[in-house]
Design a protein around this ligand. Structure first.
Ligand SMILES: Cc1cc2nc3c(=O)[nH]c(=O)nc-3n(C[C@H](O)[C@H](O)[C@H](O)COP(=O)(O)OP(=O)(O)OC[C@H]3O[C@@H](n4cnc5c(N)ncnc54)[C@H](O)[C@@H]3O)c2cc1C
Length: 386
């Protein structure tokens, strides 16, 4: 067991820290208040190759492991930034990498690695199927050399900031499949080619997340854009879940560290009743408690990432890391807000923004209830609730 970072991992962390200094609190605050996309930040990270961390070198990426990728995203959030704005560019291509054919990989991966193509939209959730993915109703019907897509999606992020979207759609009606995980297929949708047939309606959310409702009206996808085998799409998507959970856990750890550092500093400086508020246990202990929670979650995150990089089974650890880190970050967020008193609500302190942002990680990309259900049912063998 080695708890030390390798020199390469330390260097990645230092480098991301340095880049993030160019995008200070004021940058993120303005982007948030105007509900803009942090394009300059995402472009900079792409130019430096950080978003190509998980793409193998043969396709123009840097071929790093999930551990290194998670450090990149952690440091973005730790610096006060928002890794969710660009994390999907890092990992959505994983489905293509693992299940796409050579032609698809050669066509797309080098351009994604270079930042020339953005594949950071991932269309799964529908109005009537959120957690229950296998109930999704958007159909893909084959007509000659193409599929025609019809239906609706909701909460699909970064569609307007992407060239391509990975889409999960139904190719066999639900009633006709014996195994409910079958009958769904994954497609690469060229968003520019389908303007007019795909209506994108931005959703107004409590966070700046560029999330949309989508309406498909005979959207055309050539058969060569089917990823893997028809009907096995749900399996392919599940394959990417561990990576996603580990990366989101790291983002939550980054948020947690940000909250704890800000809270500890403010608690040491703010004088009330003639002494620093941090000397009161009502302020000090919740910060210390959240710190311990973040450190514990971080260990599970590295355990999950290490197993993932060794290609060992890591479903339990990846799920636990996501659960523990998102809840620890939320505990840190609350401690930080309490510490700042009324100033925690003032946008110029950035606490309220990070508070809103970190709350998402307990719900999306998967709700912590479903994570608990995975642990209860798949790890501990208890009866299923679904
Ligand atoms: C900002 C944001 C961005 C998103 N981006 C994307 C995206 O890019 N692509 C995409 O496909 N989706 C995206 N999502 C959707 C997200 O993945 C879903 O919101 C999430 O999976 C939950 O689905 P739901 O909202 O339909 O909740 P529901 O499935 O309706 O569940 C509601 C609540 O009930 C709980 N629940 C349901 N069943 C059980 C059970 N058996 N036991 C215990 N609790 C249960 C859930 O855990 C949840 O808390 C995004 C969501 C948000 C908010």
């Amino acid at each position: 067991m080695d708890f030390n970072m390798t020199p390469e991992q330390q260097q990645i962390r230092a480098e991301i820290k340095r880049v993030c200094k160019e995008f200070p609190d004021a940058y993120w605050r303005e982007i948030d208040s105007k509900k803009e996309y942090p394009d300059a930040f995402v472009r900079k990270l792409s130019e430096l190759g950080w978003l190509a961390a998980l793409i193998p070198e043969e396709f123009g990426g840097t071929g790093l492991g999930i551990t290194e990728a998670s450090i990149i995203l952690e440091e973005i959030n730790h610096s006060g930034g928002v890794a969710t704005a660009c994390h999907a560019q890092m990992y959505t291509m994983g489905t293509l990498l693992r299940h796409g054919n050579e032609e698809q990989k050669k066509r797309y991966l080098p351009k994604i690695a270079a930042g020339e193509l953005r594949l950071q939209a991932f269309g799964v959730t529908e109005p009537d199927s959120g957690s229950e993915t296998t109930k999704l109703q958007t159909t893909a019907v084959r007509r000659g050399d193409k599929y025609l897509i019809n239906g609706q999606k909701i909460f699909i992020s970064r569609v307007l900031q992407s060239d391509l979207m990975l889409l999960l759609a139904r190719t066999t009606p639900y009633e006709e499949v014996k195994d409910k995980t079958r009958g769904l297929s994954v497609f690469i949708v060229d968003l520019k080619e389908n303007q007019g047939k795909l209506e994108v309606k931005p959703l107004d959310l409590m966070i700046n997340h560029h999330t949309n409702q989508l309406f498909f009206d005979n959207v055309e996808v050539p058969i060569e854009n089917l990823v893997g085998e028809e009907g096995l799409g749900f399996r392919y998507i599940i394959d990417g879940w561990n990576a996603e959970r580990i990366l989101v856990a790291a983002e939550a750890v980054g948020d947690g560290r940000w909250f704890i550092e800000r809270a500890a500093k403010y608690a040491s400086e703010r004088i009330v009743f003639g002494r620093a508020i941090g000397s009161n246990q009502g302020i000090q202990f919740p910060i210390a408690q959240a710190y311990a929670q973040i450190e514990a979650a971080d260990l599970v995150r590295y355990q999950a990432a290490t197993k993932f990089d060794r290609q060992e089974k890591c479903g339990a650890e990846a799920n636990m890391a996501k659960l523990l880190a998102s809840e620890a970050a939320w505990a840190a967020a609350n401690a930080c807000l309490t510490t700042h008193g009324g100033y925690g609500f003032a946008t110029e302190y950035d606490v309220e923004r990070k508070f809103r942002e970190t709350r998402l990680l307990t719900i999306a990309p998967v709700s912590n209830n479903l994570v608990l259900a995975y642990l209860g049912q798949h790890v501990l063998g208890m009866p299923k609730s679904y």
